[in-house]
Write a protein that binds this ligand. Structure first.
Ligand code: ADP
Ligand code: MG
Length: 318
């Protein structure tokens, strides 16, 4: 609480990054840009490192975005088979790992179902069960073949597509942090919406990241003190669907074909890398708190803070 008196709050989607003012130490620069469909913010004492980090995030977006027509992901989705570069190969290997570890709850081929539910919000009409059944035929990471040696990806069924929305932002943060580190900078905070990495510390103090209350924007649930750690927060309050008067999660349960009904309203995951934190935060929405925590525990050095609809209960593992 003492620190709160000297803090500057900055709202970035689901999190607040709290900067401690310091008079005599390093000066920090902070820059924001709209990339990957959201606000990217970088705080660092070195302006050149900030440029390097933004360039890297742009590079990753140009490879992984399904909205950029000549991205590698778009080419793969269009052709169903492609020799890919090391970034997409790595991300899809990780996607398979999360798919297997979550028993299919995390599945980057879930796009056809996401599209159906997006149309539902637009028209304010629930999808037909026939449409859901048909879309489910095109969902399943078991229909994605990865040949690591040849660096090729092949879809085993026509119409399969990958959507890396649930892990691409985390990966971009990791890549940008690596570039900044290689450049020799030891202190930097990069956030792509709720996906954050805190490199080093800030003038000898840990970086502080506040978690927004899922139902009250102005309230903080917690303040995390972080050093060389990734943190991702997913909340249903950012992009949920509302059809009629019912709220639907923007995470889809690939097994049911419906929006996840796990009652999770906010999931924060701390991990060694941001890709893992991002993917796990998404998966918790589908698995729910108990199975979600089991999954997080399976990953060494990962921890979670989960709030549910029922009790806004805190699983305080910090
Ligand atoms: P948030 O913005 O809440 O942090 P993310 O951006 O991490 O969430 O994830 C949203 C993305 O997850 C969307 O692109 C959506 O298509 C995708 N998605 C939805 N359900 C699943 C799922 N079960 N497995 C993997 N990706 C999913
Ligand atoms: Mg995610």
């Amino acid at each position: 609480m003492r620190l709160l008196k000297n803090t500057l709050f900055l709202l970035i989607s689901t999190v607040f990054i709290i900067n401690i003012f310091s008079c005599s130490k390093n000066n920090y620069y902070k820059r924001s840009e709209f990339l990957m469909g959201t606000i990217v913010e970088i705080t660092c004492p070195d302006q050149q490192a900030i440029d390097i980090a933004f360039n890297e995030i742009r590079r990753v977006e140009n490879l992984l975005s399904k909205y950029i027509p000549d991205s590698e992901v778009s080419k793969l989705n269009a052709s169903g088979k492609l020799k890919v570069g090391p970034d997409l190969l790595y991300v899809l290997i990780k996607a398979k790992e999360f798919y297997l570890a979550s028993n299919g709850a995390f599945d980057v081929t879930v796009g056809p179902l996401v599209d159906i539910w997006k149309k539902a919000i637009k028209n304010n009409v629930l999808p037909k069960s026939e449409d859901i059944k048909n879309a489910k035929q095109l969902v399943g990471f078991d229909k994605v073949l990865i040949d690591e040696k040849e660096s090729t990806i092949a879809f085993l069924k026509e119409g399969i597509k990958v959507d890396l929305g649930a892990m691409g932002k985390g990966y971009a943060v990791d890549c940008a942090i690596k570039k900044v580190r290689d450049f020799g900078v030891k202190s930097c905070l990069i956030s792509v919406a709720g996906d954050i990495f805190c490199l080093g510390d800030k003038n000898g103090e840990p970086w502080q990241v506040g978690i927004q209350h899922p139902r009250n924007k102005k309230e903080l649930l917690d303040i995390l003190n972080l050093k060389d750690q990734a943190v991702s927060t997913s909340g249903d309050y950012q992009q949920m669907f509302v059809v009629g008067d019912k709220r639907y999660s923007h995470m889809i349960d690939p097994h049911t074909g419906h929006p996840a009904e796990s009652k999770v309203i906010s999931a924060t995951v701390l991990a060694q890398d941001c890709l893992t934190a991002d993917a796990l935060a998404t998966t918790i929405f589908v698995l729910g708190k108990e199975k979600g925590l089991d999954l997080v525990n399976y990953y060494n050095n990962s921890r979670a803070l989960i709030y549910t609809e029922d009790d806004i209960h805190v699983f305080d593992m910090f």
